[in-house]
Write a protein that binds this ligand. Structure first.
Ligand code: MN
Length: 523
């Protein structure tokens, strides 16, 4: 019998700490709903104390997303734990508070300025405080892999005694080797009294490219939960990637004797959604979800595959939802069929959202004969992640060619007022961007600009992802259209709208930096 390993997804918390990956609350809810469809066990929805935006995300995900346990991170401080509970208390039956405190001498001495005794006492008190609110409490001794193992055992024993149902062992700085990580888990299981009363978990970072290997080695040695993110996004080099751990266990169940509840067919879709929303593109040779992950080019391999799939394929692309995309709808499809199709793909939209999405669909169907599942995903994600827009594209005309100066004429609605302006540039996209910059008065800098085709064919929708920086804030924006210049303008405006929304509103993800002092940066 395979042991079931709990998948703790932290895409919305640690993943969001990737530079430039800040998400709006609506975007986080969209991802959380997809994580529920994927079948993860726990969603770490944010760090409630760190910003009003994170608080709202935790609160709404706890209320609106069914299935997984919803968790908020909290430092080992009373105000953090209370705030996490505030955010979680109106939610469903399964909520968790995850509190953390460093146990390494390096951190205690230089960052927290606490003695080992003080840290141990604080950890116990904060676990008890969290337990006074919820049954389900997780504790992480930050920088565990660089902590003195005997002191670590003491802390783990004490927090289990205090009521932590999960103890997570983070390799915060990605320093451990698979052998060490496995040995550490084994040692804890042998040395800590009543260790089996809690689930041991690991949280591995990828600084040396070992996050997944360290996680799997920990599982072999008895860890019952792994913390990971979609596409492996996260601080610095990122976290262990969910899809690699899940498919590692599934494909080599014979070796690991362990498995997860994840519905692997949802993996590719989840990966695309996270990549699109965060603006973090997946490298084509990435395991499981890269564009080339199932592409065989060697003649010998192709020959083998034609004779029998098992010759060179250890996983089927369909298993992770990477199969051939099917044409799902066309120009003549009606609103009812459209809604049904969305439901069969797992999307629950309000009537108003369906109407908006249907209008987009009809416009697209006029431009493009066949509409694929991926096209619908894009439409739905853009509708569901809507936010108040200060700048709206009304129309765009661009001219370019081999023998003329590229120009663009842009009509925008800015704060409800229509205006039109024309300008030129080095190319049609540059002309459109310069014109939009002049109309909006933005002082932002374009950090990156990436185009990709959503489906095959020259009539495919182009999807543009940009990253824009202004006053130290980085926003990603995306836009899609069969016309690449229009898609580019939409992406740019989407990023500018986010920046303007954050500046005006309470939900500025970057306020975190103001709220948290330097020593309090999360794991
Ligand atoms: Mn981390």
């Amino acid at each position: 019998m395979a042991r079931m390993i709990r998948i703790f997804d932290t895409t919305l918390r640690d993943g969001e700490q990737s530079p430039g990956a800040s998400m709006t609350v609506e975007e986080k809810i969209m991802i959380a709903k997809q994580l529920a469809r994927l079948g993860v066990d726990i969603i770490e929805a944010g760090f409630a104390y760190s910003s009003p935006g994170d608080f709202e995300a935790v609160q709404r995900i706890a209320q609106e997303v069914e299935g997984p346990t919803v968790c908020s991170l909290a430092r080992a401080r009373p105000e953090d734990i209370d705030r996490a509970w505030e955010a979680l208390k109106g939610g469903g039956p399964q909520v968790r508070i995850h509190t953390f405190l460093s146990t390494s001498d390096i951190h205690l001495k230089h960052q927290f300025r606490m003695t080992r005794e003080e840290a141990l006492k604080r950890a116990v008190e904060m676990v008890q405080r969290a337990r006074s609110y919820v049954e389900d409490v997780e504790f992480s001794p930050m920088d565990a892999s660089r902590s003195d193992p005997s002191y670590l055992c003491e802390v783990v024993e004490a927090v289990i005694e205090a009521g932590a149902g999960t103890v997570n062992i983070p390799d915060t700085v990605g320093y451990a080797t698979p052998g060490e990580m496995g040995a550490l888990i084994k040692r804890l299981r042998e040395r800590v009294k009543h260790c089996d009363r809690a689930v041991l978990s690991v949280h591995c970072h990828n600084d040396l490219g070992l996050a997944v290997a360290n996680s799997l080695s920990s599982i072999v040695n008895g860890a019952g939960q792994v913390e990971c993110t979609i596409n492996g996004i996260g601080e610095r080099a990122g976290n262990a990637s969910l899809e690699e751990i899940v498919m590692g266990l599934r494909t080599r169940k014979d070796f690991y004797q362990a498995d997860t509840q994840v519905r692997t067919e949802e993996i590719a879709k989840t990966s695309r959604l996270v990549s699109k929303i965060t603006g973090m593109v997946v490298q084509s040779n990435k395991a499981i979800v890269g564009a080339n992950a199932f592409a065989h080019t060697s003649g010998i391999h192709q020959d083998g595959l034609l004779k029998d799939k098992s010759t060179y394929e250890i996983m089927r692309p369909e298993t992770v939802g990477m199969g051939q995309s099917e044409m799902v709808m066309g120009k003549l499809s009606g609103r009812h069929a459209f809604r049904q199709k969305l439901e069969s793909l797992g999307y629950q939209l309000s009537d108003e959202e369906v109407n908006h999405a249907f209008d987009r669909f009809k416009r697209l169907a006029d431009q493009k004969k066949e509409i694929f599942e991926e096209d619908l995903e894009v439409i739905v994600s853009e509708e569901a992640a809507r936010m108040p827009e200060r700048y709206v594209l009304v129309s765009l005309r661009s001219e370019s060619g081999t023998d003329q100066v590229p120009t663009a004429t842009v009509e925008l609605e800015i704060d409800g007022r229509r205006m039109t302006q024309a300008g030129s540039g080095d190319g049609p996209v540059d002309a459109a961007y310069r014109t939009i910059a002049s109309m909006t008065g933005t002082k932002s800098r374009l950090l990156s600009y990436i185009v990709h085709a959503i489906t095959g064919g020259t009539d495919a929708q182009g999807e543009v992802t940009v990253r824009v920086e202004e006053n130290g804030r980085t926003a990603s924006g995306h836009g899609s259209d069969t016309d690449i210049i229009v898609a580019s303008a939409r992406a740019y405006l989407n990023a500018l709208n986010k920046i303007s929304f954050w500046v005006s509103g309470e939900s500025d993800p970057l306020r975190k930096i103001g709220v948290l002092d330097r020593r309090a940066r999360p794991r």
